[in-house]
Design a protein around this ligand. Sequence first.
Ligand code: UDP
Length: 426
Amino acid sequence: MLQQVNVGHKSLRDYATLATRGLMEQIRELAEPLAGKRVLHLSATAFGGGVAEINYTLVPLMSDAGLETEWRIIHGEDEFFEVTKTIHNALQGSPQGLSEEQEETFRRYNELNAGRLEGEYDFIIVHDPQPAAVREHFADSDTRWIWRCHIDLSTPNEDVLGFLLPSLARYDATVFHRREYVPQAEELPMAAIWPPAIDPLAPKNMALSAEDASYIVDQFGIDVTRPLITQVSRFDPWKDPLGVIDAYRLVKETHPEVQLALVGSMAHDDPEGWDFYNQTVSYAGGDPDVYILSNLNNIGAVEVNAFQVHSAAVLQKSIREGFGLTVSEALWKARPTVGGRVGGIVDQVEDGVTGWLVDSATECGEDCIRILSDPGTAREMALRGKEHVRRNFLTPRLLRDWLVLFNRLLGNDTAGAEIATVAARV
Ligand code: UDP
């Protein structure tokens, strides 16, 4: 049996006042014909990164909507996760491909996990590439298989994408954050397009007073009387923590009191993380105003919340980014936000209106200086960003989109509740 993740309980009712008008009613209507349907979410890890973050909310809310929903984790050792990290990097554009041996490792672990997948389901949602080939080990049946891609597929390494395509072709549907991520391959099934979402009621995003936030960050050694810039990210080259340090150094020239926090957890399926963590620490060069923190320092969801709430500016200076939940998290807290002009970040930040989009460390530093020099204007922009997040990137909308897709795959009428889709084979 694959290990099941205990997600606890959440109630849709609690979200009623946060969701836009009519949305909760739509969710009720869409859920009715799906009552009792069995849904499995399959992913590589229950800890670290966006997929885990999303599932801890989506899974209990799907259950509360009346579907029997569970989340299970595939089994993998380092040798497998080294291969899947190479796949992840290649799909985001890295030229490094897979050796035959690596392909064999990938297939072997997928077969092993398929053998451990028991039970009957109406829908199986496979998250990201790690378990994508599990599908190949099951014959066609009434079960609908959906591949949910969370990464930036706009400029993939074609060899590695080609390696995965035969597996992806076996699905009934795929889901991508953005239209430009959908691979141009005619063997692929229908692709639905919708962005992920954040949970406004989770400990990561629930209302936290400025006093409580500074009380928490103070315990990590931050001087709460001086401005703080924060980036919350896994230690991953695509998140560009070294570029963030460069930007901070530029800010330091005019605002010597500034401090920087790089808050990053170590994901279980990311063996590269430690190397890059060490590189980041050495790049910071022992600067006492740079705080590099992780789950090893007891950083959990509430602490991330506190760092975001307390920061004068929140950065997500990514070079590639599937979506970047941290951007919505920061805007939801009405914090001035600077993001790399890549992937899903551009859907969340309107440059110069709700935040800042940057193409370099220098631009990032300059925008931070603007924020520190005129916090009033920066705050007004962030409040506009918060409204954008409220309308587009909160969990009830994500749940609605899933329910629309389930209904469509069953041939049910979904008139009035559309989702964007790209060419279908089905
Ligand atoms: N996160 C966290 N602690 C960390 C680093 C990241 O809780 O030290 C969370 C972060 O708040 C966000 C998620 O992990 O909710 C990262 O999602 P995102 O889409 O930004 O990036 P991904 O890791 O999926 O590439």
